[in-house]
Design a binder for this molecule. Sequence first.
Ligand code: ADP
Ligand code: ADP
Ligand code: ZN
Length: 206
Amino acid sequence: MNIILLGAPGAGKGTQATRISEKFGLPHISTGDIFRDNIKRGTEIGLLAKSYTDKGQLVPDEVTCKIVEERLKAPDCKDGYLLDGFPRNLFQAQELDKFSKVDAVLNIDVDLSLLMARLCGRRVCKNCGESYHVDFLGGKADCERCGGELYQRKDDNEETVGNRLRVYNEQTAPLIEYYTKKGVLRSVNGVGDIEEVFARICEVLR
Ligand code: ADP
Ligand code: ADP
Ligand code: ZN
């Protein structure tokens, strides 16, 4: 099954993706992770992406679409994939329709008023990418899954988060209607315990 994870920044896409990917045996493909990896390695794509991710703006469509199109050709995507963070605007959605077939779009719905606190308190594992929140870490500094070191993403600050939420409202939210019209949208309430939200997701993916 080819699944898209849709939702505002901080809705819990990455958190749920880890669980969905394990349970359904699908490769988790996050465009944000791909950009951060390129930035870390100092590649040409990384240098370009950094100027956008630092400001909370979208990396140009041409670059982003090409990366995804190539990634979906890899053998691990043969029996399905879980795309997290792509598409993020109508143009990307239309491009994706040209090179792949989307079976289900899982929309994680969280009121925007909750997202600033979720994102500014987010801590991410350097090693496996798992997300945590300072409020629930109780002072722990390493990842529960792999023992990796936790860090705060450079774009998880108030100013950049403000931009990312604006970009979401203007460019990404219209995809809800786009996929509703195609009859593939499945929405879940993203407020509640992580395991509770995961149970809702399993229910709609059955
Ligand atoms: P996204 O990938 O959609 O940007 P993340 O999965 O990284 O979001 O989660 C953003 C922040 O919200 C993290 O700090 C994470 O620990 C926290 N979070 C995720 N799911 C929930 C939830 N159900 N309730 C409260 N906080 C959550
Ligand atoms: P979050 O999970 O908090 O929404 P991501 O890790 O998905 O954040 O994305 C981080 C940044 O990477 C975005 O603010 C944007 O600059 C860039 N990015 C990720 N996916 C895309 C995409 N599909 N198109 C353009 N830019 C993207
Ligand atoms: Zn880890």
